[in-house]
Design a protein around this ligand. Sequence first.
Ligand code: MSP
Length: 627
Amino acid sequence: MKTFYITTPIYYPNDKLHIGHAYTTVAADAIARFKKLQGYDVFFLTGTDEHGQKIQRRAAKAGKDPKKFVDEIVAGIKQLWSKLGVDYSYFIRTTDEHHERAVQHIFKKIQEKGDIYKATYEGWYCVPCETFWLERQLVDGKCPDCGAPVELLSEESYFFRISKYADRLLKYIEDNPDFIQPVSRRNEMVSFIKSGLEDLCISRTTFDWGIKVPGDPKHVIYVWFDALSNYITALGYPDNTENFQKYWPADVHLVGKEIVRFHTIIWPIILMALDLPLPRKVFGHGWLVLESGKMSKSKGNVIDPIELVNKYGLDAVRYFLLREIPFGSDGMYSEEALVNRINFDLANDLGNLLHRTLTMVRRFAGGKIPAPGREQPEDKRLRLLAAETAEKVAAHMERLEISDAIAAAFSLVAAGNKYVDEMAPWSIAKTGPQERLNTVLYYLCEVLRQCSVMLSPFMIETPGKIMAQLGIGASYLAGTWSELTKWGLTPSGGEVQEPTPIFPRIEPESRSVTGSDAQAELITIEDFKKLELKVAKILEAEKVKGADKLLKLEIDLGGERRQIVSGIAKHYSPEELIGKNIVVLANLQPARIRGVESCGMLLAASSGEKLALVTTDGDIEPGSRIS
Ligand code: MSP
């Protein structure tokens, strides 16, 4: 079986993790799930980076022993991953005994090779980044990465002869264009290496929370040397070689862009010094930023992923993280954007397709998924589009274009909705034949199944919920990508359930928007384009029994007949409405109002007690789009 080894950075357990950390881990989880679905034997590693001066100081500040301090935070991190549906294969802690022994082995091996020597380090150190800096690299005397004040060090240290490997590393990067991704980060690294590598200080003596240098316990090993080694020690290196043989070299180290440098310079050189193969890819993704800048505890602007999941649900949060930002670029986080994704993509597009399909199967096929009849050209187009979409999703995932992969899957959702509009099953129901209706309904159910399969690496609960509402077992999600994306696996005859919204719309009052409210009230033209406003002609109108404000209207939306319910009974009599042209929001998620189904909403203006329908100036075909 083909193997796939993917890692996240190991996180500093100095504080609770925030949505930025969740972003990397959920992305790695989605890639791992996708590869599993493709039939790979996947090893997905995450963990915690527990040594170093930063952690020691934080523990001291909290009045705790460092190990006890990190134990508590690590327990919370594991809970967070479980809450986010992160299905890792192994969780490494750098305080694990095996890891500590293995790092000493690595140190010793490189030392014996002559690539580690003792000298005096004089220079600057940034504790938050755990990074050594030369005087010339500082910006205004501060850390060029995080802007924190640096500390002057002068101590006897061990040095790693990384300068010796610079040419070999450059050649590796040139020969393996996929090694550093995206390409902009590769270019940055190449110029960094070309500007000259200095030997790296890899031990400290002024604190002791770390792995001791073998044979010289006054020194602790530099935390990055210790941490980077986790990618092989977690596989059992050096003494338990089964997993190491099986999974090394890693297929992808997924990291934030600020630590690409450690992963593409120090880490490959450690491996070269050990005569081990280098990882296939280091992918440096962008940051999730807020309007107030990068998230940080000191700025007090961190977003807690647990709160978001409690408020909006697991799949909505995962979907947002993976869909909103092109993977590799920086992207803005706002609660407003999250709510829009839920309302537009999940409730309107996906939720609506499911709702409409189930409603029609119940209304026109006795509640059971019918067997399809003869395929017509428009059905074939949909079937071929599903196959093409599966290929696109896979191709995007191969290049780690997660957001594009999800967008591709959603284009099938959109095509399903369009197919409903174009096929107008409610019209076929009147004219027949039933065979034609059965085919259309079956194709819709099958599209929903295919969408569920394609979304299953990104969402945990939704695909199963869709299967359950369709009345097909979750077994139709078990199998490999190529098996499950074959057309026609949906069985006929199963009884569909009464539709329940998989993503209820979030109404404005339940949001607590972060960021500027003034900006939140403005929408873009893209937002506006999501509203499907259409002209409709009222064909029939009657009062809703037991509700004196409501009218039930049958409308013509250009070949499609729909029922909507509207609270205009106090202002219009049913008779005066018939034949009127009105404006309808056609892609509103269907709702039941006083037990009567309403598929859309008419627009009306109101001022105090007065109300007037919005209509068109002059005659225009029902179904005409308003823009
Ligand atoms: N311990 C080191 C990594 C060692 S790996 C051998 C470290 N830890 S960290 O806790 O600071 O986590 C850094 C990682 O968290 C980043 O590389 C990135 O993957 C993720 N993120 C932290 N904040 C983030 C954002 N605001 N946005 C996106 N990712 C962010 O560095």
